[in-house]
Structures are given as C-alpha cells and as structure tokens.
Design a binder for this molecule. Structure first.
Ligand code: GLP
Length: 240
C-alpha cells in the first residue's frame, strides 16, 4: 500500500487528479472505475479543467461505476447516475456507450447484477477509484460482505443510511438497498486509488491500513492489493 498524506482536501484532489491524468495520457483507452460521494468531487472538477485545457480526452475511455441505489431512476437527483453526469460526464467527451453504471431501477435486479458482473469480467479497471464509508465500506460492500463477492444487491446498514442522509431532504428518502460491485471485482482492478478526507474517516483509515484483514472492515482487503494508492488528507491520516 502506498500512502500519500496531503495537507487538505484540495491537495488530495490535486494528487489524485495527477494520477488519473497521467493514466489517461499514457493509455487514452483506459478503463476507469469511478466512485461517487464527496471525496472524489474535487478530483472530478480538476479532470474537467484538464479536459477543457486540452490536456486529456475521455473519447476512448470506458468507465464502470461502483454502485447505485435501488429504485432511483438516472434522472433522480440523488441517483449515482445523475451524480456522475452532472459532476463529470456532461462536461467531458466521454461517449455515452462507454459509460457503465449499475441500473438500480431494473425490474429484475438479480439479472442486472449478473449482467454487470459479466461486463466487469470484460472491462477490468486500469484504475479503480474508491471512497470509504466511516464503517470501512467500499462501494456499498458493507461490513461482513464476502471478500469473494461479485456484483450483488445489498441492504444498507443504518450507519450508512444515516451518513448518506446528509444529501437527501429527509432520512426516510434514503434508499435502503443498492447494487454494488463486489469486493472480488474491486480487487481485480489493475490499480486502486482510494481517497479519504476529514476526521470522520480516520478510524476507518486506521483499520484499513493497520487493522487485521477482516470482512468486518471491507477496505482492509486492500492491504493485499499489489498496486494500491491511498491519497488521504492529514485529518483522515491522524490515527496512523
Ligand atoms: C457512499 C458510496 C461510497 C462512498 C461513500 C463515502 O456510501 N457508496 O462509494 O465511498 O459513500 O462517501 P463520501 O465520499 O461522501 O464520504
């Protein structure tokens, strides 16, 4: 595990942007595994700037997103599809057919999981971007998810529903289920880039880096990934 500690969120975003920008320059047809949440927002802004300056193009890139809430259409302002479009895809030259996000509104959710898993067998991310939940979840792989898991339907824990309710008008509106890429699929990415900032993430980062590798902290499996970069701010690194 390579750990880069930055002064603050802005520097974390800059360090992460450098990694993705150099990946796209080196391999314009990269497969980028993408994440939602507040952690990668600054990074996405910098990628848009780099695209507008002509430094990078997404025209040949493919993207696979980690997860999506069940029951929300892509037009719903809290869906992860909406997040990705408003915060990145609508501002760069990615081709719509190269964007892949699990469909949380699919009628047959188990068929959707199977088909997403099949897609991930074909599109292995060159870089998989991750945030981390305060309980150590990655994607929506909550504590005690199997390390061998592939794309599946999950029931969200109360702590995740509570954490994520900050983005909804009311906690009752937070979906209780999601589709997530499984841990085995995350681990099959060629490299991992995990971002974390703020004291709320310090405990999860401590367990990720120094804790026992255990399904009780899903992110702890990253200790076994041969090419894992953690880019975290001082507050998130405070307990290391
Ligand atoms: C959600 C997402 C995760 C994300 C996490 C942290 O639960 N499913 O992929 O990493 O939130 O979000 P934030 O970056 O806003 O702290």
């Amino acid at each position: 595990m390579k750990i880069t500690v930055t002064k603050d969120y802005d520097d974390m975003s800059k360090a992460a942007a450098e990694i993705i920008i150099s990946q796209l320059k080196k391999k314009p047809d990269s497969v980028l595994g993408l994440a939602t949440g507040t952690s990668p927002l600054g990074l996405y802004k910098l990628l848009i700037e780099a695209y507008k300056k002509g430094e990078i193009s997404f025209a040949q890139a493919q993207t696979v997103n980690l997860d999506e809430y069940v029951g929300l259409k892509p037009s719903h302002s809290q869906s992860y599809a909406y997040f990705m479009h408003t915060n990145l895809f609508d501002h760069v030259d990615i081709l719509p057919q190269n964007v892949h996000i699990p469909q949380g509104f699919a009628e047959n959710l188990s068929a959707e999981c199977a088909s997403y898993s099949k897609l991930l067998g074909r599109l292995k991310p060159d870089i998989q971007l991750l945030g981390i939940g305060s309980n150590g979840h990655i994607g929506f792989n909550e504590p005690n998810s199997a390390f061998s898991g592939t794309t599946h339907l999950v029931n969200l824990t109360e702590s995740t529903v509570k954490d994520n309710s900050r983005l909804f008008d009311d906690i009752s509106q937070v979906p209780r289920q999601a589709i997530t890429m499984g841990i085995a699929e995350i681990m099959s990415a060629k490299s991992i880039l995990l971002l974390a900032n703020g004291t709320k993430k310090a405990q999860a980062i401590l367990k990720t880096v120094k804790g026992e590798i255990s399904e009780s902290c899903p992110a702890s499996i990253l200790q076994r990934h041969p090419n894992c970069n953690l880019v975290i701010d001082e507050a998130a690194a405070a307990l290391l």
